[in-house]
Design a protein around this ligand. Structure first.
Ligand SMILES: Cc1cc2nc3c(=O)[nH]c(=O)nc-3n(C[C@H](O)[C@H](O)[C@H](O)COP(=O)(O)OP(=O)(O)OC[C@H]3O[C@@H](n4cnc5c(N)ncnc54)[C@H](O)[C@@H]3O)c2cc1C
Ligand code: FES
Length: 328
């Protein structure tokens, strides 16, 4: 049901997409649904009897009329989800265990900087990856993919078998983690590892559209060799007054400093009010960074997050532990 809505460009609130968080609850006014894997904690028996459904896991058994709250925000375009095919144009190791995948699409993809796509694997299952390129190049997308030891998509396919010239399928765009162009405050972009991908799209988009924002980008990795695209960001930093690039190395030095993103951020911003922050990376990094931002007096309405949850997080339920205050 959720997929059908997104494909019509109707944005209903959702988060886990696995029937466990309850964010996507809607009322079925007419018709029959199969409730699928709805968790009894997210959809109580009494709610089920009253006609509610979790639309991320429910399937229609007939034509339906549903009532839900459409999530609309001024300045944020809603692009209907579509299926795409494409060809691998390049696949390069840009840092240890990180590959940059460029896909030439057969038709243009409309998306907001920061959104993600679902990359379909040979077995038909799919994994989400954030788009690192910008809407200005809609028929050629860039993804940054980190190897997950034992991971089906990465260890089992992208790092072993996928090759230049291969055909791929994907769908998108998905997600509410996207640049808010109507906010004029200085922007803090805070990413770890391949969490850089959607942030790179945002910086480049601001540069391409001549935005008036001042932007500070923190990229957290372990050592200098784990940094990628740093020559590009260093060049942008040197050429533009509005952009500042700050690598955060947890086991190495950059500008005589060592530390993860939350630690360096706390040093630099004892007060962060008056900024808009976009945080992306592992769930642990995102949570630690949010704590620093809140301590620095940034309000939840000024913080946007994207957690790179994986199968391990989903199996452990870690993906449903989240602050209801911070938007995704
Ligand atoms: C919105 C979003 C955007 C994302 N964007 C990016 C991106 O731009 N770049 C990026 O690199 N990643 C991104 N991710 C993460 C990505 O989607 C994948 O989760 C990641 O690449 C791992 O996929 P995989 O199939 O290789 O691993 P999986 O097979 O999913 O396994 C991941 C890990 O969990 C372990 N595991 C699997 N099943 C279980 C289980 N039942 N119990 C315990 N452990 C288990 C595996 O051994 C492995 O170590 C994003 C995630 C989300 C939610
Ligand atoms: S999005 Fe449907 S239950 Fe979480």
């Amino acid at each position: 049901m959720l997929d059908a809505c997104l494909r019509e460009g109707i944005w209903l609130p959702h988060a886990c997409t696995h029937g466990t968080c309850g964010t996507c609850k809607a009322i079925v006014l007419e018709g029959d649904v199969d409730h699928g894997d709805a968790s009894p904690y997210a959809l109580l028996d009494s709610e089920r009897q009253e006609g509610c459904a979790l639309i991320c896991v429910a399937r229609p058994r007939s034509n339906l009329v549903i009532e839900g709250e459409i999530d609309a925000e001024e300045g944020v375009a809603v692009h209907p989800v579509r299926d795409y095919t494409g060809t691998v144009e390049s696949l390069d190791e840009v840092a240890p265990n990180v590959r940059r995948l460029l896909i030439a699409l057969d038709r243009p993809l409309s998306f907001n900087p920061g959104q993600y796509i679902q990359l379909v694997m040979p077995d038909g299952d799919s994994r989400p990856y954030s788009v690192a390129s910008t809407p200005a190049a809609p028929d050629r997308i860039e993804l940054h993919i980190k190897r997950s030891p034992g991971g089906v998509c990465t260890d089992g396919w992208v790092f072993k078998h996928l090759a230049v010239g291969d055909g791929v399928s994907l769908s998108g765009p998905y997600g509410r983690f996207s640049f808010r162009p109507l906010r004029s405050e200085p922007v803090l972009l805070l990413g770890s590892g391949t969490g850089l991908a959607p942030l790179k799209s945002m910086v480049q988009h601001i540069a391409e559209t001549g935005g008036e924002h001042s932007v500070i980008l923190y990229h957290g990795v372990a050592t200098r060799t784990d940094l990628y695209d740093h020559e590009l960001f260093e060049a942008w930093d040197a050429e533009n007054d509005w952009f500042s690039y700050r690598p955060a190395l947890s086991r190495d030095e950059w500008n005589s400093r060592t530390g993860r993103v939350p630690a360096l951020l706390a040093e630099d911003y004892p007060r962060a009010s008056g900024h808009t922050a976009y945080v992306c990376g592992s769930p642990a990094m995102v949570n630690d960074t949010l704590r620093v931002l809140m301590k620095a007096r940034l309000f939840p309405r000024d913080i946007f997050r994207e957690d790179f949850f994986d199968s391990r997080d989903r199996a452990s339920g870690a993906h449903i532990v989240r602050s209801p205050l911070i938007r995704r």
